[in-house]
Structures are given as C-alpha cells and as structure tokens.
Ligand binder design. Sequence first.
Ligand code: ZN
Length: 102
Amino acid sequence: MDVGMSEPRTTTELRTPVLSSIWGQSNVTKAVSSGIFVCPTEGMERAYWHYRTRSWRTVLSLPVIPGDIVEEYVECFCCGETVHPQVVKSQHPSLRVESTTD
Ligand SMILES: [Zn+2]
C-alpha cells in the first residue's frame, strides 16, 4: 500500500462550530409582578417591579427552552434602587391590608 495523500477530511471539524452557532444560551430578564413597597433608600412607599432573570437555551438566538432562574430582584420605580425580593415579602403582610385608602 502507498501512503495516500488523498482524502482531505474537513467535515467533522466544521460540525462543532456550526452547531454551537445555532444553539446558544442567554439570560432573559423580565418583570413578573409589581406592587407597592417601602423603598429602603427613600423610606417611602413606592411602586416596584419584580424582575426575574432566567437562563434560556436559544436556537438562532431565539429563547426556546427555559432553564434555571439566575437572579431575582425588585426595582424601585422612583429611584431605581434594586433590592432582594425578600425585602418585599417581609413588608407585604402589613402593606397589603385594607387600609390603603387615604
Ligand atoms: Zn426608591
């Protein structure tokens, strides 16, 4: 047999880069709820958004398969301060009661 200098093999090399450009991962943050809380920075009742960041598997940069929750936080409408959602949870029992008419 001779030592062939034929058959260039490039096909398997290409596969991985192509696949990984179709599948990707990205973090998507969106608001899941809103309400009123006492902003720790301002010491006043403020509206807030509760945001959740989740990792998604993406296909062609479109999120298709939801993954784990990466981060959750509450953002004050007024000053933009972000705090842990636990802050709101601990405040809500007292804030939620019917005495909201003023
Ligand atoms: Zn604030």
